[in-house]
Design a protein around this ligand. Structure first.
Ligand SMILES: NC(=O)c1ccc[n+]([C@@H]2O[C@H](COP(=O)([O-])OP(=O)(O)OC[C@H]3O[C@@H](n4cnc5c(N)ncnc54)[C@H](OP(=O)(O)O)[C@@H]3O)[C@@H](O)[C@H]2O)c1
Length: 280
């Protein structure tokens, strides 16, 4: 991965951090996205010391805010003439329902719209850097998800943290399917993945009174470096050169839910997401 430039969101904790560590060890030039400057600078210093790779840059953005995503993309386009791999990883589960500074339900904004908007803003640069890859971290939780295409933000009530989370992870799979269809023949591939049940910070600070319980339950998960294996595989392995539109688990293609195979639903999600992000 010596001459590859890889952008990773949510690289300051859990699976994203270990994805960064694994790809840094392979010699890639990393552009990490964090949201807390002090924490992110500490992480980058630790990663450089641990991996002996000095080519690790840091950009700061709160991915719940569309203006911040636009500013992030502008910095990437200004600073990096190549972008070989984009890893959409930052995400979370939130209880109770909250909205972002843009007034969008937080799970939908961070887990789906941020993937959608950042990818679209960087797409021309990826196309100019072929062969290039978009890797989106989804979850097996998408299996329990149902896309509420008329009300994905639960504006009309009925919000549950698991419902909103599993819907957003289904959106990651559908987004990948439609992105791959649109990118056919361009040399840019798009795949999504389930990382496994992983011991991370996931849900340990964002689930209200349930957070301490989530903290105990997640201790049963695999280590974060094990959870990063499929992300690293999709970002770097020659085995998946040219493979696109697929969903992986344990570094192998895996089954998706019935809704996740609905190409018409994927197109409708794309149109809705364009509208919500204000892009054509
Ligand atoms: N853990 C699991 O078992 C599991 C299973 C299936 C799928 N996943 C998926 O794996 C991905 C990574 O999750 P994780 O388990 O590694 O969780 P984590 O330890 O909580 O890490 C989440 C990362 O996302 C960042 N982030 C969250 N909200 C953000 C925002 N608004 N703006 C910018 N960055 C933001 C966090 O930044 P800070 O460091 O500043 O908090 C952190 O770096 C998620 O997409 C999740 O859905 C996880």
């Amino acid at each position: 991965m010596q001459n590859k430039t890889i952008l990773i969101t949510g690289a300051t904790n859990g699976i994203g951090l270990e994805t960064a560590r694994g790809l840094a060890r392979q010699g890639a030039h990393l552009v990490l996205v964090g949201r807390d400057t002090a924490k992110s600078e500490r992480i980058v210093a630790d990663l450089k010391a641990d991996t002996h790779n000095e080519k690790i840059d840091l950009l700061i953005a709160d991915l719940s805010v569309q203006a911040a995503i636009r500013a992030l993309a502008a910095q990437v386009l200004a600073r990096y003439p190549r972008l070989d791999v984009l890893v959409n990883n930052a995400g979370g589960v939130f209880d109770p329902r909250t909205t972002t500074a843009d007034g969008i339900e937080t799970t939908w904004a961070v887990n789906h719209l941020a993937y959608f908007l950042l990818t679209n803003l960087l797409l021309e640069r990826l196309k100019a850097s072929t062969p290039a890859r978009v890797v989106s971290v989804s979850s097996a939780a998408h299996m329990g998800g149902s896309l509420r295409i008329e009300d994905p933000e639960y504006k009309n009530g009925g919000y549950t943290s698991f419902g909103a989370y599993s819907q957003s992870k289904l959106a990651n799979v559908l987004f990948t399917v439609e992105l791959a269809r649109r990118l056919a023949g361009t040399g840019v591939t798009a795949n999504s993945l389930h990382p496994g049940f992983v011991r991370t910070g996931f849900g340990t600070r964002t689930m209200g009174w349930l957070s301490p319980i989530v903290s105990v339950v997640t201790r049963l998960g695999m280590r974060a470096d094990q959870g990063a294996a499929t992300s690293i595989y999709l970002a770097s392995s020659p085995d998946v050169e040219g493979v696109s539109g697929r969903y992986f688990s344990e570094k192998k293609p895996a089954r998706v839910s019935a809704q996740a195979q609905d190409a018409d639903l994927a197109r409708r999600l794309w149109a809705l997401s364009e509208k919500q992000c204000g892009i054509e």
